[in-house]
Design a protein around this ligand. Structure first.
Ligand code: BES
Ligand code: MN
Ligand code: ZN
Length: 510
C-alpha cells in the first residue's frame, strides 16, 4: 500500500528519494515551473541554469531528466517538461505528473513539487501520477498476486494549499478518478478469453461499492432472460459465441438527485467481425471492444463513491462477436427490443446492434439525458486519429460533454449527424424497417450515430465514439500507458460533477 500525503514542505527540504519539479518553455528558454522555485534558489540561479543547459533540459512535454543531487535533501531531482509556459494548465500538469511516474526508477518515496497552487492542479497532479504509474501485471508470473510491481511506499504532493480542506478533497477525488480509469484499463487489458460476457458481468457486479450505504444496485440479465425479454440485438450479435451475452444494469440512487443521467456502454468482449470477418491485423486488438462498457461501469461506481447528487442508470450490453454455424449471417433480419426490425448487412457493425437495445432500456428509465460510449467505428479513427474522441448527438448534450472533457483533459471533438444519413438508415433496407450498415463507406461514424439516434427517441442524447482513444498500441505518452487507456471514464465523472453543480439546464437546447 502506498501512503499518500499533502504537505507545504519546501521541495529543497523534502527527504523523499526523488523530488519532481516541472520545467516550462518560454521565449527566453526553459524555466522552472511554479512549485519548483525553492529548488532553483537552493542551487542559485546561475548554477541551476548551467545544470539545465548541460543536461539539455528543454521543458518539452514528454521529457524527463533525472539528476543526482547534493544540493537538496533528496537524493535525486527529476525534471519533467510541462510545455509552453503560457499554455500551462491542469492537463499539462496531469501529463507531466504521468511522465514523472514513468521515470522514477526503483524508489520508495517521491515528493511532487509540480504546479499545485489550487485544487484543480492538486487533483491533476494526483490523477496524472497515479495513471502514469499504472501497470497491468495480472499475467506476469513474477507477480502472481497482481500487485503494482512498484516499491513506492510514499507519495507526497507539495502544495501551498496543502493544509486547506479543498486540497485534501482534491487529492481524494483525484484518487477516485484515477482508480476508475485504472479499473477501465484493467478490464480492457484483460485477455478476451478471460473476460467473456459472463465473466465481465460477474466482475462488474463484484466491483460495485459495497455496504448498505452505497446506494448502488446491480442487475445482470443472462442469455435466457435476454431471449425472453426480446433483446434482439444482444442475441443476434452473441449467437456465434460459446459464451452467452449479458446485460448489466447499474442503478445509483442518491438521496436528493438534481439530475438523472443514463449511460450506455458497448461491451463487445471480443470482435472477430463475425462472418464479415476482420483481417488478422485489425482483429489483434479487438479485446478492447468493451472499452465503452468498462468506462461506463467504472465511472458509475466512481460517481457513487464520490456521493454526487446525480442519479445514474447505466447499461452495459455485453456480447462476443464470433464465427460459428450458429452465427448471424449478412442478410439476416431481427427484431430489436424497441420492436423495429433491422436488416444486418455486415456482421462487423455489431456495436450499434447491442447499443440499440441498451438505448431502448435507457429511454425507458426516463432520464434527463443519455450518453453512450462505444469503440464504434474505424471511420472515426480515420477522421480524428488515435487520441481524439468523436462526439455526436443533440447539441445541448454534446456541449456539456465537450465542456466536461475540457476539465478531464481528454481530447474530444464534435461531428455532425447529417440528415442524409438518417434517410439511409430508414430507407436503405428493402425488407426491414432499418438498415444496419451503409453500402457507401464514407462518413461511417456519422451513419452509425444516425442509426443509434433512432433508439434514443426524444431523450436528449450524446454519443462518444472512442474507437481510437480507447487503446494505445504505441508507447506511453503523458499519463497514458500502453494498452487500455481508460478513455471516457474521467470525462463521464466530470460530466456528473458538472450536472451536480449546474443541473440539467441547457441539455435540451438546440
Ligand atoms: N469494433 C469495431 C470498431 C473499431 C475499429 C474499434 C478500430 C477500434 C479500432 C467495430 O465493431 C467495427 O468493426 N466497425 C466497422 C463498421 C463497418 C463494418 C461499418 C468498421 O469500422 O470498419
Ligand atoms: Mn465490429
Ligand atoms: Zn466492434
Amino acid at each position: 500500500m502506498t501512503d499518500h500525503q499533502l504537505s507545504t514542505t519546501s521541495p529543497e527540504k523534502s527527504r523523499a528519494d526523488v523530488v519532481v519539479v516541472g520545467v516550462v518553455q518560454t521565449d527566453d528558454g526553459p524555466r522552472v515551473a511554479p512549485g519548483g522555485e525553492a529548488v532553483v534558489a537552493a542551487y542559485g540561479e546561475k548554477r541551476f541554469a548551467a545544470l539545465v543547459s548541460s543536461f539539455e533540459v528543454t521543458g518539452k512535454p514528454g521529457t524527463a531528466t533525472r539528476l543526482p543531487t547534493e544540493t537538496l535533501k533528496a537524493g535525486t531531482l527529476l525534471l519533467v517538461g510541462l510545455g509552453p509556459a503560457d499554455a500551462l494548465d491542469p492537463e499539462s500538469v496531469r501529463r507531466g505528473a504521468g511522465v514523472a511516474a514513468r521515470h522514477l526508477g526503483n524508489v520508495t518515496s517521491v515528493a511532487l513539487a509540480l504546479p499545485a497552487e489550487d485544487a484543480d492542479h492538486v487533483r491533476a497532479v494526483v490523477e496524472g501520477f497515479e495513471l502514469g504509474g499504472y501497470r497491468y501485471r495480472r499475467f506476469k508470473s513474477d507477480d502472481p498476486a497482481g500487485g503494482s510491481g512498484s516499491a513506492l511506499s510514499s507519495v507526497t504532493v507539495l502544495s501551498p494549499i496543502a493544509r486547506k480542506k479543498e486540497a485534501a478533497t482534491a487529492q481524494a477525488v483525484g484518487r477516485v478518478v484515477a482508480a476508475a480509469v485504472a479499473r477501465t484499463r484493467d478490464w480492457v487489458n484483460c485477455p478476451p478469453g478471460d473476460l467473456t460476457p459472463p465473466v465481465f458481468a460477474e466482475e462488474a457486479r463484484d466491483a460495485a461499492p459495497s455496504g448498505r450505504g452505497s446506494r448502488v444496485e446491480v442487475t445482470v440479465l443472462d442469455d435466457d432472460q435476454l431471449r425472453e425479454g426480446g433483446y434482439g440485438g444482444l442475441i443476434t450479435v452473441g449467437k456465434g459465441s460459446a459464451a452467452g451475452p449479458r446485460l448489466v444494469e447499474i442503478a445509483y440512487t442518491p438521496k436528493k438527485p438534481v439530475a438523472h443521467l443514463a449511460l450506455v456502454g458497448k461491451g463487445i468482449t471480443f470482435d472477430s467481425g463475425g462472418l464479415s470477418i476482420k483481417p488478422a491485423g485489425s482483429m489483434a486488438t479487438m479485446k478492447s471492444d468493451m472499452g465503452g462498457a468498462a468506462a461506463v461501469i467504472a465511472a458509475t461506481y466512481a460517481i457513487a463513491e464520490l456521493g454526487l447528487p446525480v442519479q445514474v442508470t447505466a447499461f452495459a450490453p455485453m456480447a462476443e462477436n464470433m464465427v460459428s454455424g450458429a452465427a448471424t449471417r449478412p442478410g439476416d433480419v431481427y427484431t430489436t427490443l424497441s420492436g423495429r426490425t433491422v436488416e444486418v448487412l455486415n456482421t462487423d457493425a455489431e456495436g450499434r446492434l447491442v447499443l440499440a437495445d441498451g438505448l431502448t432500456r435507457a429511454v425507458a428509465a426516463a432520464p434527463d439525458l443519455i450518453v453512450d460510449v462505444a469503440t464504434l467505428t474505424g471511420a472515426c479513427v480515420v477522421a480524428l486519429g488515435n487520441r481524439v474522441t468523436g462526439v455526436m448527438g443533440d447539441p445541448g448534450v454534446v456541449d456539456r460533454v465537450l465542456d466536461a472533457s475540457g476539465r478531464s483533459g481528454e481530447q474530444m471533438w464534435p461531428l455532425p449527424i447529417p440528415e442524409e444519413m438518417t434517410e439511409k438508415v430508414r430507407g436503405n433496407s428493402k425488407i426491414a424497417d432499418l438498415a444496419q450498415h451503409n453500402t457507401e463507406r464514407w462518413g461511417g461514424a456519422l451513419y452509425a450515430a444516425a442509426f443509434l439516434r433512432e433508439f434514443a427517441e426524444d431523450v436528449p442524447w450524446g454519443h462518444l465514439d472512442i474507437a481510437g482513444p480507447s487503446f494505445n498500441d504505441g508507447s506511453a505518452w503523458g499519463h497514458v500507458t500502453p494498452g487500455g487507456t481508460g478513455a471516457a471514464a474521467a470525462t463521464l465523472i466530470a460530466l456528473a460533477e458538472d450536472l451536480a453543480e449546474r443541473g440539467v439546464d441547457g441539455v435540451t437546447e438546440d
